[in-house]
Design a protein around this ligand. Structure first.
Ligand code: FAD
Length: 470
């Protein structure tokens, strides 16, 4: 879809209301990854910007997503480090873990980051409104707290998504990731529902911190959409780590019994646990946002349809990030917010290309993936060449850890282009970022092969795989 060029930014007037009667050039609804980036870049281009945030500046990623999650992942991995250290000669006194210290320290770091986000906005002269805001027209936004109606030349909707709840009797007894970050005590036994990345990450976190974990997923594999080798490996490794992985099963109902929750599963069995966590997906936060009145109809999932410039069918209204049906990832929201600001105020119409998005799953072991899965590559090209390796990390030799690193490269048989790379193992997320650079540049297998290895590393395997496995 083309950018609808009915609106052209001519620079902002210095008076509170410019000649066309706009109070601001850009009104951003939502101070998360996409909204904050768009606001800052637009203001840097000289636009007058207002941003409304109903909860905390920073949004999901900073307040109750990527950042606190990664801090909890770090915490959970010390359990392995203490064990591994013994093989290297260390005597580690029985470690003691204190959930409250972790959550207090995590909260302090999130407060710090929120302040950084806020002061960065203030430095660029973005006006922050601590309120819910709703759309009332192609150029009108209502600031709910004060009742003020703001006329904006452009509106950017960056309201993100909310976790879905469990649609079963007693489903309201389950927490979501939002609450998991603020539990007052570490659950002894937690049952996590869902097979996506948030579910498996929290399973790894709680297991590492010493909780008993049951993972219930209605599908027959974890991590839908990932390469099958990754799906299988993660399930196997989690089971070996003592996580109860129940596939092809659903939660029928949840009841509170004494101090516990009793969860009845579709196989007729019951689990008695301390917490149930629903991680069954996230829905765009469009309810009650006034979109229909402005002429925007969300799709069946509640997502706002946009063209490749993130413009809705109302030319003055744009939407970025999790409120669209684009991949729900922070770098995607940031890239989109930046592009919208450049398009509207930087004189650089910037379409968004959602290809080759490297992603990580911070399970333990970690997963990094970029490009096509084997199934998708076969579907697209018929025949493809697969290189793969499973090996024990050097660190595991002395630590005695049973875990293996897995790497898979999928290449095009005639052009030799690398179509997909999938890694399970230590620092897979860090590795896949750089593989993403090579693939974005169009790297072939020959480019990988002529790259000098770094020895001794796990990463060198990526440039030394010589024999196809198919
Ligand atoms: P958000 O960051 O959700 O921001 C939307 C903001 O809008 C919120 O602050 C909300 O309070 C506000 N808002 C909503 N409605 C209104 C309104 N009407 N008026 C005013 N304000 C409003 N992504 C990664 O890339 N890597 C990860 O490791 C990762 N881990 C995650 C872990 C968890 C547990 C979760 C939940 C998400 C994770 N994500 C991760 C996804 C990432 O957080 C989102 O993709 C990203 O935050 C989307 O940015 P956004 O700007 O679209 O929305």
């Amino acid at each position: 879809m083309e950018l609808i060029k009915s609106e052209v930014f001519q620079g902002s007037a210095s008076s509170a209301q410019n000649a066309e009667g706009f109070d601001t050039d850009l009104f951003v609804i939502g101070g998360g990854s996409g909204g904050v980036r768009a606001a800052r870049i637009a203001a840097g281009h000289g636009a007058r910007v207002m941003l409304a945030e109903e909860h905390r500046v920073g949004g999901t990623c900073v307040i109750r997503g990527c950042v606190p999650k990664k801090l909890l992942v770090y915490a959970s991995r010390f359990a392995h480090d203490f064990r591994d250290a013994e093989g290297f000669g260390w005597t580690v006194p029985t470690p003691h873990f204190d959930w409250n210290s972790l959550i207090t320290n995590k909260d302090a770091e999130i407060d710090r980051l929120e302040n950084v986000y806020q002061s960065n906005l203030e430095k660029t002269k973005v006006e922050i409104l601590r309120s819910r805001a709703v759309v009332e027209g192609a150029h009108e936004v209502r600031v709910v707290k004060t009742g003020r109606l703001v006329r904006a030349r452009f509106i950017l909707i960056a309201v993100g998504a909310n976790p879905s709840t469990l649609p079963v009797p007693g489903g309201d007894l389950a927490i979501t990731s939002n609450e998991a970050f603020y539990l007052t005590k570490r659950p002894d036994h937690v049952l996590i529902v869902g097979g996506g990345y948030i579910s498996v990450e929290f399973a790894g976190i709680f297991a590492g911190l010493g909780s008993r974990v049951t993972l219930v997923h209605r599908g027959d594999k974890l991590l839908r959409g990932f390469d099958h080798a990754i799906q299988d490996r993660l399930g196997d490794t989690y089971r070996k780590r003592g996580i109860e992985v129940l596939l092809g099963r659903k939660v029928e109902d949840i009841r509170k019994v004494g101090g516990f929750l009793e969860v009845r599963l579709s196989d007729g069995t019951i689990r008695r646990v301390d917490e149930v966590m629903a991680a069954t997906g996230r829905k765009p936060h469009t309810k009650g946002l006034g979109l229909e009145g402005a002429g925007i109809v969300p799709d069946d999932d509640g997502a706002i349809p946009v063209n490749d410039h993130c413009q809705t069918k109302v030319p003055s209204i744009y939407a970025v990030g999790d409120v669209t049906n684009h991949p729900h990832l922070t770098p995607v929201a940031i890239r989109e917010g930046h592009a919208v600001a450049d398009t509207l105020f930087g004189g650089r119409p910037t379409p968004i290309v959602h290809e080759l998005i490297p992603t990580a799953v911070f399970s333990t072991p970690e997963i990094g993936t970029v490009g096509l899965t084997e199934a998708a590559a076969r579907h697209q090209y018929g025949h493809v060449t697969i290189f793969q390796a499973t090996f024990r990390d050097m660190k595991a030799t002395l630590s005695g850890s049973e875990e293996r690193t897995f790497m898979k490269l999928i290449t095009h048989p005639s052009t030799d282009k690398v179509l997909g790379v999938h890694i399970v193992g230590h620092e897979a997320a860090e590795l896949i970022q750089l593989v993403g650079v090579a693939m974005t540049m169009g790297a072939t297998k020959a480019d990988f092969d002529r790259t000098m290895a770094v020895h001794p590393t796990a990463a060198e395997e990526l440039v030394t795989m010589r024999t196809p496995s198919n």
